[in-house]
Design a protein around this ligand. Structure first.
Ligand code: OGA
Ligand code: MN
Length: 294
């Protein structure tokens, strides 16, 4: 396995390994070490079935069943642990522009960390590209990643000290509301109440402090809502400067692993009439961020 860093401490391309065949504990340990250092890993030319993606991902932790798979009913993909990151319906047709599931999934275009609205959030995202759209005027469906450890390090010390104790309320209805999507299936608001998370976490694999920001982050607990929103707007602008970003241009067969605890990510626009089909497995954390020491 060779590791080719994109920049000193953020994002790396990993070659010389076939993930369909990476069952050895030594390989999993080596990948974990690389994740802990670089936070985003890119593997090219992997062609995993959903079952293989699930089996490989499960070596890194228990797998999440996402909000959409948890709805029940008919789904395009058979395995509930595999998230359908596509614009396709159950008949594999491109969804209409006003399709509710498509509009809900457009929340992925805002900078976020996955599932931060859950009381116990997630750790790794493992996203695998099957079918990609051609280039378009508005973008090519890239996925961008931002380095939240570097963003924390770049803040003045006095600000770091003031941020360290803050608790943030995260709410999926807030993130969707920002793009005007409020049409949730009945019962979902009750099923996914807001959760509280630390704003500053210590990333266990590197012992570095990191900002835990997300589009789901609504306000600061104990502050007037407006003050908290304004602080979060400032922090998001700081943390998503070009110097903290790796932009991934997808090739079919790519698999990208990222650590949701110390990165944010967002999808970019693409031609909505063309299929874009990616599959994602996600590992669960072991406890609430509130139990962690800042
Ligand atoms: C995700 C996500 C963005 C994209 O899979 O969690 O936010 O580019 N994806 O599809
Ligand atoms: Mn996401």
């Amino acid at each position: 396995m060779q590791i080719h860093p994109v920049r000193e401490d953020f994002a790396a391309v990993v070659s010389g390994i076939d993930l369909a065949d990476a069952a050895s504990t030594a390989a999993v340990d080596a990948i974990w070490r690389a994740i802990d250092q670089y936070a985003v890993l890119v593997f090219h030319d992997q062609n995993l079935s959903d079952q293989q993606l699930k089996d490989f991902s499960a070596r890194f932790g228990p797998l999440e069943i996402g909000r959409s798979a948890a709805r029940g009913g008919k789904r395009r993909l058979a395995l509930p642990e595999i998230g359908d990151i596509s614009n396709l319906d159950i008949d594999h047709q491109v969804r209409q522009l006003d399709d509710q599931r498509r509009l809900d999934s457009l929340g992925n275009r805002l900078w976020h960390t996955d599932a931060s609205y859950m009381p116990v959030p997630v750790v790794l995202g493992l996203l695998h590209a099957k079918t990609l759209p051609p280039p378009s005027a508005f973008g090519n469906g890239e996925t961008e990643f931002a380095d939240m450890r570097a963003a924390y390090d770049a803040l003045p010390e006095a600000m770091q000290a003031s941020l360290d104790p803050l608790i943030i309320e995260h709410d999926v209805f807030w993130s969707r509301g920002q793009i005007g999507f409020t049409d949730f299936p009945p019962g979902e608001r009750e099923q996914y109440p807001p959760s509280h998370q630390r704003l500053v976490r210590t990333h266990p694999g590197s012992n570095r402090k990191t900002l835990y920001l997300s589009a789901h982050a609504s306000h600061v607990v104990g502050w007037p809502v407006a003050d908290g929103r304004l602080l979060l707007l400032d922090l998001n602008a700081h943390a998503t400067q070009a110097r903290f970003i790796y932009s991934h241009t997808w090739k079919e067969g790519d698999l990208v692993i990222w650590d949701n605890r110390c990165t944010m990510h967002r999808g970019r626009p693409h031609d909505e009439r063309q299929p874009r089909d990616l599959r994602r497995a996600t590992t669960l954390d072991v406890g609430s961020t509130l139990q962690e020491v800042a």
